[in-house]
Design a protein around this ligand. Structure first.
Ligand code: PLP
Length: 395
């Protein structure tokens, strides 16, 4: 018998993953070229060549006992130093290796920080629409995820509601920009106002409220859009990062947390995060991947590939009459469903072998997420099907 808690988690298990499996089954039945699978955020641009070159170099030239051995739970000190220096150079910060914990992707970074911070019943506030796995990451430590309702005008966070929802139990506010599922980048103005609210509430409740910023898409922005670096706006900020999307390495499981020295209880939190990696069973981030990314911190993915997809998809869908949020970053497009029931709409789309994810999965019914990290041809071939779907709804 599995545990009662796990029964609930399995039942609520990711709709997106289920669709991914469905996509594979449809591809076998109809042929991959006739299935338009926009369900999963699995990068379609190969990792930069430098990644494989670094791995080969490390594996052939470095001491295997060093490459494959255990190290400090927080990661190799020299890798953490390289990460800190790269951030300092790009964002004019002053981090050192003592501010960086290497993690097993963004998912483990968030689990490590919530394990570190949350007592049962503590509240974590997030803004809809949000990555659905946040529910599990907070529930893992018996915390409560509190949702702020979506601002469907421009999908910037609804700050008036944030103020109302902060209580003495609020331990953290969790944000994600560039955002999955909307592709929206939170503006500097938003972050400044959010910081003011959090400062005021910390005073009101004599508490520490940590702003946890989940940033696996930080470099994935188009045109001249800039992603503000959040530690500059609010002192109690903790950053979670991942190389899953920026270097197309989702299966390798590598990322990091930045825990700035100026946050409240820095020393305890940094030490506890190192213990959390171990007792959660990750022990440390994979050693070869740590050494690899340290050599690839200046590498980037081919943004022009995703940008072309974004343009084709956005223009095609709006041209067919759909209402879409134009994404500035990440590789997702958030589209209003022509009927209120987004689950029904996504089921209808399957008639055309189109797989898209209901907005309700992200806490935002009446919308659907379309992941455009796919082959350009998939978008070109899917657009006539989307047009038929639009016509079915009289658009
Ligand atoms: N956070 C967000 C917003 C994501 O979209 C994802 C993955 O899609 C993750 C976290 C998990 O990323 P990782 O593969 O680095 O664990």
């Amino acid at each position: 018998m599995i545990s009662k808690k796990m029964v609930g988690l399995v039942q609520g298990s990711s709709v997106i993953r289920a669709m991914f499996e469905e996509g594979k089954a449809l591809a076998e039945k109809y042929g991959a070229e006739n299935v338009y699978d926009f369900s999963l955020g699995n990068p379609n641009v190969p990792a930069p060549k430098a990644v494989a070159e670094a791995m080969i170099d490390i594996l052939t030239k470095e001491d295997p006992l060093y490459v494959h051995g255990y190290m400090s739970n927080a990661g190799f000190p020299e890798v953490r130093k390289a990460v800190a220096e790269s951030l300092n150079q790009r964002f004019a910060t002053d981090f050192s290796s003592d501010n960086v914990v290497m993690t097993v992707g963004a998912a483990s970074g968030l689990n490590v920080i919530f394990k570190t911070l949350l007592d049962p019943g503590d509240e974590v506030i997030t803004f809809a629409p949000y990555f659905g796995e946040y529910r599990n990451y907070v529930a893992n430590y018996d915390g409560r995820l509190i949702e702020v309702s979506p601002n469907t005008v421009d999908f910037q966070p609804k700050l008036s509601e944030l103020s109302e929802k902060i209580t003495e139990k609020t331990k953290a506010v969790l944000i994600n920009s560039p955002n999955n599922p909307t592709g929206v980048v939170y503006s500097e103005e938003t972050l400044k106002k959010m910081a003011d609210i959090l400062e005021a509430k910390q005073k009101e409740f004599s508490s520490s409220i940590y702003l946890v910023t989940d940033e696996p898409y930080r470099e994935l922005v188009y045109g001249d859009v800039e992603v503000p670096f959040v530690t500059k706006y609010y002192r109690n900020t903790i950053v979670g990062y991942s190389f899953s999307k920026s270097l197309s390495l989702p299966g390798e499981r590598i990322g990091y947390l930045v825990i700035p020295s100026k946050i409240d209880d820095y020393e305890d939190i940094f030490a506890a995060a190192g213990v959390a990696t171990r007792i959660l069973g990750y022990v440390n981030a994979p050693s070869l991947q740590q050494l690899t990314i340290a050599r690839c911190l200046s590498e980037s993915t081919d943004l022009s590939y995703y940008e072309r997809n974004r343009n084709e998809l956005y223009n095609g869908l709006t041209g067919s009459g759909f209402t879409c949020q134009r994404p500035d970053g990440a590789f997702y497009l958030f589209m209003k469903t022509p009927i209120e029931d987004d689950v029904e709409f996504c089921n209808d789309a399957k008639k055309y072998n189109i797989l898209i994810v209901p907005g309700s999965t992200f806490g935002c019914a009446g919308y659907t997420r379309i992941a455009y990290c796919v082959a350009y041809e998939t978008i070109v071939n899917a657009l006539p099907k989307f047009r038929q779907l639009a016509e079915d709804y009289g658009l």
